[in-house]
Design a protein around this ligand. Sequence first.
Ligand code: DX5
Ligand code: ZN
Length: 214
Amino acid sequence: MKMISPSLLSADFGQLQRDIEMLNASECDWLHVDVMDGMFVPNISFGQPVVKHIKKHARKPLDVHLMIMDPGRYVADFQAAGADILTVHYEACTHLDRVLHSIKDHGMQCGVVLNPHTPVALLEDTVALCDVVLLMSVNPGFGGQQFIDNTYNKVRQLKQICNRRNASCLIEVDGGVNLRNAPLLYEAGADVLVAGNAVFGSSDPMRTIHEMKQ
Ligand code: DX5
Ligand code: ZN
């Protein structure tokens, strides 16, 4: 699959409705929503009240990426705010299995996120439960960072684990994705690419989304 999930972190927060409407009209598949708590990552973005407003205007599924400590505490809140896909960091959960079940029990699709330093082998016993596995290709916290090349290996390794475990989860990649590395990521086995700066920093975001999907 070749899907795009543009990251609203790079949108103009003063014109959020305008930018969401542009994405509604584009060929993108999901809207990527980055929630940061200033603890798990060094940056603070926004929380449930803003997600609720995004939901009001979005005509596509909200792919909510929680960069917060102990995210199990907020599963019900983000469901109420309108998340369709809720992804949590492996590194932020003591009881990951419980959190993933809780997300499913709340009617959302669930996913695990791995930081660049976390080996995909740790997901052997988890992939079958996941709708999505999100591989960070930068250290999370900020948009506009440089893509880490080892991500290609991780995508291929994860694909092997999924095949071995008969798991059908989508493989998503987040951070530093652009028009140059997108085709290589799809070729390695990625299904969904998150793109913030590459989309919102371009002179024609809708065209960039179209080209990324080719
Ligand atoms: C980083 C976030 C990303 C970020 C991607 O912590 O999780 O979703 O917004 O932005 P770009 O594509 O600019 O690296
Ligand atoms: Zn993200």
